[in-house]
Design a protein around this ligand. Sequence first.
Ligand code: DHB
Length: 388
Amino acid sequence: MTRRLTLITLALSALAFGAGSAQAQSDTVKIGVILPMTGQSASTGKQIDAAIKLWVAQNGSKAGGKKVEVILKDDAGVADTTRRLAQELVVNDKVVALAGFGLTPLALATAPIATQSKTPLVVMAAATSMITEASPYIVRTSFTLPQAAVSIAEWAAKNKVKKVVTLVADYGPGNDAEKYFADRFVLNGGTVAEKLRTPLRSPDFAPVLQKVRDAAPDALFVFLPSGQGAQFMKQFGERGLAKAGIKLIATGDVTDDDQLNDMGDVALGVVNSHHYSAAHPSPANKKYVEAFEAANKFRPNFMSVGGYDGMRVIYNALNTTKGAGGDALLAAMKGQIFESPRGPVLIDAQTRDIVQDIYIRKVERVNGQLYNIEFDVQKGVKDPGKLK
Ligand code: DHB
C-alpha cells in the first residue's frame, strides 16, 4: 500500500513538474469526468452525463480560446476504481479538471490526487459536508445534506410535528442528515424517538419500517441517496404507515425527479426540502427542463443541475485563465455567482462550497404528473456544516 502510494506520488510530482509546458503548447483542454454509469447509482451518472452533454451542445466545445474535450469514465460507484481512473486521467490524459463523483466515498478517495497534482476537482453530486475539506482543490456544485436537513427540521417544528423517527442511509451524507435534522428539530422543542439506519448497498426497508410503526411518531424523516426513493416509497405504502397516521418528511433525494413520476399516490403530499425541483418556476429553469427533456426523453433531477452548473463553473474559469489549469483555474472557480436552473448560486471563495436557496416543497399532481411544488424558501443558505 505504502509502495503504491509512493509510486502514485512520484508519478504525480513528475507530472506537476512537466505540466506547465505540456499544457501551454496544447490547444485542447481536457476535462476528466468520472461517474457511476453502471451499478446501484447509475441514475446519477445518467443524469449528470446528460446535463454535461446539454451544456456542451448549448455552449460549444470551446472555452478560454481552447478546444474542450470531455473524457467520461465509469467507476460503477467503486472508490478504488474512481481513484485509479482519476490517476490515469491526470497522468496520461493531463486533464485540467476532474469532475463528477456520484457518491461521497468516491470523492474522498480521489481528494489526495487533486491535492498532489494541483488539479481542481469539481464535485457535481456527492453531498457530505466535509468533502470540501478533504482537499483545497475541491469545489462543489451539488449541495450538502446539512443545507437540506436543517430546513425541513425547521418546517416540521413549526407544523405540529412533535415526535419524529429518523431513517438514513448509513454513510457520510446519512450521518449529516441525521445529525443536522435532529439537532435543529430538538432545538425547536421536538423529540427524536429513534434513529434508524439502512446500509448503502442493497437496503431492505421492511425491518426498519416495522420499528417506525411500533414507535408511532408524528412523522418519519428520511434521507436516502438518489435511486433508492422509489423502492422505499413502495414499502412505506405497503406497510400502511401513512394510514397509521405517520407523516413522511424527507430531503428531496427521496422524492427524486428521476423516479417521482412513477411513485404513485403514496408520494402525494410528502413535504421535503431541497435545492432543485424540475418544477422550479423560473424562466431559466423552464428553458433548462424543455431542452433537457427534448434531448433525453426523461426529466432532469437535482443531480443533473450539479453537472450542468459544474460545467458552467469550469467553462467560466477556463475563460478567465485562457485555458490554463492548476492554481489559476482553481482561483477562477472561487467566488463565481450565476443564475442556475435551481435559482441564484454562489461558489463561496473561502469554503469552495455552494451557497444556494433551499426550498420547502410538497409532492402534488400537476397535469397528471407528480412534481415537487415549492411553497417556501430559505434564501442564500451556506452549508451549516461549515458554521461550527
Ligand atoms: C450522496 C449521494 C446521493 O445520491 C445523494 O442523493 C446525496 C448524497 C453522497 O453519496 O454524497
